[in-house]
Ligand binder design. Structure first.
Ligand code: ADP
Ligand code: MG
Length: 257
């Protein structure tokens, strides 16, 4: 299969750059998992990342909040280069909210405690302020009535909405979602996507790895298609889905649509 080099951006960013990756490379041993990644995400932009399993999508997300180190290149969040370690890293990492496929809530803490914890420990917010904010956010994602329960008492869709509230409680500048609905029963997918759509409408900058093409079409400003550790193609969603340019993207879409 041949591939045309077609990675020039087509949908210009709408605002100033918020997250900038320049020539980012990462290896896992012999595996070159991220190859010369250049990606600029504008303030308020919603970027959906799609691509085959193993193409590096999760690793890309994890490098943006420094859960993974990079071997070369540069990542800048709102003008500040990500430092290697220390207090500055903790502060910058708190600017990047992350929601995972597995909800990763603290099982032995209540829903409310899950949403206040980061505020108390990282932001050093006063307890009553943190709780007020947590309740507001839980209401906003539709699980306010569950505040005093434990995660295991909630459905998967409710847990994932708590995870979103927990991330939002840190006032992140950008939210990363790594397949947030992949572990959910089908009837719960939409309630989570709807919360994400609302966030997008409210102007949150978002990077979303998902197989939900309906979400990509309706909420994304831009689709980034990855394969084998590279950004192979990026385009506005209507253009990407109706007229993918690379063979890799055509092949991928033919399998999932
Ligand atoms: P995707 O999210 O697109 O499925 P990943 O970023 O999870 O892809 O993984 C990309 C490649 O890197 C895969 O081949 C995966 O097996 C490998 N990989 C991911 N994490 C690690 C790790 N911690 N150690 C070694 N290999 C890894
Ligand atoms: Mg992944």
């Amino acid at each position: 299969m041949t591939d045309n080099p077609v990675a020039e951006p087509t949908a210009p960013p709408t605002g100033e750059p918020l997250v900038v990756l320049e020539q980012v490379n990462k290896h896992f041993g012999a595996l070159h998992v991220l190859q010369d990644i250049d990606l600029t995400i504008a303030r308020g932009e919603v970027v959906v990342v799609i691509g085959p399993s193993g193409s590096g999508k999760s690793t890309l997300c994890r490098t943006i909040n420094r859960l993974e180190t990079i071997d070369s290149g540069k990542i800048t969040i709102d003008g500040s280069p990500l430092p290697a370690e220390g207090r500055e890293l903790a502060r910058l990492r708190a600017d990047v909210g992350m929601v995972f496929q597995s909800f990763n809530l603290f099982a032995h803490k209540t829903v409310l405690e899950n949403v206040t914890l980061g505020q108390l420990k990282v932001r050093r917010t006063a307890k009553d302020t943190a709780e007020r904010k947590a309740r507001e956010l839980l209401d906003r994602v539709g699980v306010g009535a569950q505040a005093d329960k434990y995660p295991a008492q909630l459905s998967g869709g409710q847990q994932q909405r708590v995870a979103i509230a927990r991330a939002l409680a840190m006032d992140p500048k950008v939210m990363l979602f790594d397949e947030p609905t992949s572990a959910l029963d089908p009837e719960m997918i939409n309630e989570v996507l709807e919360v994400m759509r609302q966030l997008a409408r409210d102007g949150m900058t978002m990077v979303v790895v998902t197989h939900e093409m309906g979400f990509a079409r309706s909420a994304a400003n831009r689709v980034v298609f990855m394969a084998d550790g590279r950004i192979v193609e990026e385009a506005a969603p209507e253009q990407f889905f109706s007229n993918p340019r690379s063979d890799r993207a055509k092949d991928f879409l033919s399998k999932i649509l």
